[in-house]
Design a protein around this ligand. Structure first.
Ligand SMILES: [Zn+2]
Length: 167
């Protein structure tokens, strides 16, 4: 049992860092969706993988993935010490991500993944515009394939080039 020595403010700060919710990339996407008239729920707990954003009407979930933890191919630098440990850990995360996406799709959800690097300043506008285009396609045709899809099979860290937003 932990001794309670933190002030409520400290504890709040601590909890927020542990849960890493309300991170800046997420807020960026949420704000943009809101400005474009999309209403959403956050981290719906009963859904696999606790998606970051849930658009129930469009039966669409959005994951905003950190490139390091989720093994995006843009992120080639690993800590020098315990490199194998990190590689294995990240590979497990990738497997879990694929499993979660497959389960959600089976439940009839559209799954969109946005990578952190796609929200870097130089790419942000393009990324967000493409997100809206995709959502509009879901409005008219709820089962339209998403350009954000996870690859179904490959497990090589380097083999994810096709994840890059198509064309
Ligand atoms: Zn990335």
């Amino acid at each position: 049992m932990m001794t309670d020595v933190m002030t409520p403010e400290q504890r709040h700060h601590c909890m927020s860092s542990i849960r890493s919710r309300d991170t800046r990339p997420e807020v960026t996407v949420r704000r943009y969706l809101w400005q474009h008239g999309y209403r959403y729920r956050l981290y719906k707990k009963e859904l696999p993988g606790r998606p970051d954003i849930v658009l129930s009407r469009l039966r669409t979930v959005i994951f905003i993935n950190g490139c390091f933890w989720h093994g995006h191919e843009c992120h080639r630098r690993f800590p020098k010490t315990n490199r194998d440990f990190w590689l294995r850990k990240i590979e497990r995360n990738r497997e879990r991500d694929r499993d979660v996406a497959a389960r959600l799709r089976q439940m009839g959800w559209n799954v969109i993944t946005i990578w952190e690097c796609e929200l870097a300043k130089v790419r942000r506008d393009e990324t967000l515009e493409r997100l809206i285009t995709t959502l509009r396609a879901f409005e008219t045709e709820p089962k339209a394939p998403s350009p954000y899809s996870f690859p179904e099979a490959d497990t090589e860290l380097a083999a994810e080039a096709e994840l890059e937003w198509g064309e």
